[in-house]
Ligand binder design. Structure first.
Ligand code: SAM
Length: 241
């Protein structure tokens, strides 16, 4: 990573209240691995160092706002992790948390697995599959303390995919761009349908770039009816609200 890239990472992290000094070598290695892998397989549209540092690394770290992912031993599922975001930056910063990055695309999870191994992120257990399938599998249903997701789907869809996987009292932490009243309203109604309640809507701007972001936190306050999640693809094709 160039000195400019390091400075952006330091500044972005500092604006989030984080110090990345000890973790810089891991972020540098992750950047190298991502750039190298992306030259062979199409993993992410972001190609420049500053884009990767700000829009993947710092953006992922913004999921730490509010402290919902702090706590040794937490089990966190990342739905639709793609090339490992937000999981990989979060796992670098929170080595005591157990992350399960999930994606339906095998080549993406192959990269996440090899990167996690190279970075010695022993708490990361990547999984190929769909959230709808996991949500009906007793090995995964109601087994996670937190579900995170970044840039995956509209809120009512995320709620149907995420809530079945949470333990009672668990939290869905959805990182999104600016969120309109309509989506938020639909998300609240969907949450009510699957045993969740919106407890926090944290609107903020991304460090350095100033892009609008929202962290929506939904708590599992009651059981999720057995009929949810519906079968693969249905939550996207026919959102609850
Ligand atoms: N979270 C990553 C990021 O922020 O860079 C990737 C975002 S990408 C736009 C969305 C990813 O979600 C894709 O890789 C897609 O395969 C995955 N995805 C979408 N729906 C999914 C589902 N129901 N189960 C598992 N993965 C899903």
């Amino acid at each position: 990573m160039t000195p400019e890239g390091q400075a952006l990472l330091r500044q972005g992290a500092a604006e989030l209240g984080l110090t990345v000094e000890d973790q810089l070598p891991q972020f540098e290695q992750l950047l190298d691995l991502l750039v190298e892998a992306n030259s062979r397989v199409n993993l992410t549209a972001l190609k420049t160092e500053s884009d990767i540092v700000l829009k993947h690394f710092v953006d992922s770290l913004s999921c730490l706002r509010g402290g919902h992912l702090d706590g040794a031993g937490l089990r966190v599922l990342d739905i639709g992790t793609g090339a490992g975001f937000p999981t990989l930056p979060l796992a670098i910063m929170r080595p005591g948390v157990a992350f399960t990055p999930l994606d339906s695309i095998r080549k993406k999870i192959d990269f996440v697995r090899s990167a996690a191994e190279a970075l010695n992120l022993t708490g990361v257990t990547p999984l190929v599959g769909r959230a709808e399938t996991l949500g009906r599998d007793p090995e995964h249903r109601e087994r996670y303390d937190r579900v995170v997701c970044r840039a995956v789907a509209a809120l009512p869809i995320l709620v149907e995919l995420g809530l079945p996987l949470l333990k009672p009292g668990g939290l869905l932490v959805a990182q999104k761009g600016p969120i309109g009243e309509e989506e938020l309203h639909a998300g609240r109604r969907a949450a009510g349908e699957v045993g969740g309640k919106v407890t926090e809507v944290d609107a903020f701007t991304l460090p350095v770039l100033g892009d609008a972001r929202t962290l929506v936190v939904i708590e599992k306050v009651g059981p999720t009816p057995k009929k949810y999640p519906r079968r693969e693809g249905v939550p996207n094709q026919q959102p609850l609200f």
